[in-house]
Write a protein that binds this ligand. Sequence first.
Ligand code: GLN
Length: 450
Amino acid sequence: MINKLKLINNWKLSAENNIKSFIDKIRKEDKKINAVLHINEKAIEQAKEVDKKIKQGKAGKLAGLGFIVKSNINVLGMICNCASKTLENYRATYNATVIDKLLKEDAIILGMANMDEFALGSSGENSAFGVTKNPRCLDRIPGGTSSGSAASVAAGFCDFALGSDTGGSIRNPASHCGIVGFKPSYGVVSRYGLIDAAMSLDTIGPLGLSVEDCEIIFNIIKGKDENNATSRDFIGRNFSSEKKNTDRIVIGIPKLGARKEIWEKVLKQVKLVAEKNNWKFEDCDIKHIDLGIQTYYPINYVEVFSGTRKFDGRKYGLKIEDSCGEEVLRRILGGGEICKAEHAGKYYRRALKAKNIIKNEFEKAFKKYDVIIMPTVPRTPHKFGEEITLEDMYNYDTLTVLANIAEIPGISVPCGTIVEGKDNVPIGIQILAKVGDDNFLLDVAKKFEN
Ligand code: GLN
């Protein structure tokens, strides 16, 4: 992306040509992938305006770059339907804060990405408008729920994409599609204009071809926003200022279940990078991190129930219970039940307690370790049509939900492939850091790229 920005700023590539070639590619190739739900018909016109600004020397930092937005992030004038029949024709009346920030830097919106309906799912199969395919292995799922965002980056449809991550939805599809996906600390990026999945866990973040690309976007979208009371600025560590090259980073490797070949790849990479940089790594013990899924789902169910009460068919779209798919309905009905039983404080409040315990355990671990590393997803993505139980579906996120529970930043970086039949299936390595250490994490993650 840096090189492309140079070309654009030196007038060697026009914004118009950059955007036009993406739009052409999407029109031609997305029929087989189904990553994009709506193309921005004004994109080329907008690119011409950006070209004028570049010539006048008045253009922003992202001038001429094209990006794709997950369909649960409001973009003025575009249909943001969360891949649901409920909001099928809902056209956004305002921009999310992240969108305003990117447009201010003269990036150009190419279109809205397919996703699992209302950001609930793990595979990209829950869209009301058809599944998204994995550009790296077309008969496999791309992962979810930012399926269209990850697939768009992997297919070369855009310079970068925006996704949202509640329990893994940026990192999981990034891992399956062989790209980089970054979930910032909770609150570092404003949620204003994001249609909630579970508001105490939701985080907007970038997906790109490299850590540096994600860093460039993150640095633009981060920061406290008056429109979102839970947003804040963090003064985290900075790799270059505090950790000199000679300093030793200590990596913790927790014990967690994942397929043997995946762990082997991840450990091999850790060893390689640690040796090269003179870093240290060791097994670490973080209590209760095997309870991520059990902690995450009650919270998710209750917050999905509460957050979707506005879709009663009066103001926005159709009544959600009458128009949504199976997984969304399961969360609404389940969340409603949990709320009813709640006078006993049995589920939601217990899950919140467990969340706090896990968060504290991570805080303790980060006193000793600079980063914690594990696989992003414990298994490879299944093929379309393969029978998979609900439990297996939920377990795709065993390793990613932890960052949302602990509110810490997490990134997935490609870590080679595993051969399965004819397929070279991408694998991701996941790196976690303490709350607010987002930029430090990005710097460490760069060392893990090939
Ligand atoms: N797979 C998880 C869920 O279904 C996470 C989704 C997400 O991060 N949006 O809730």
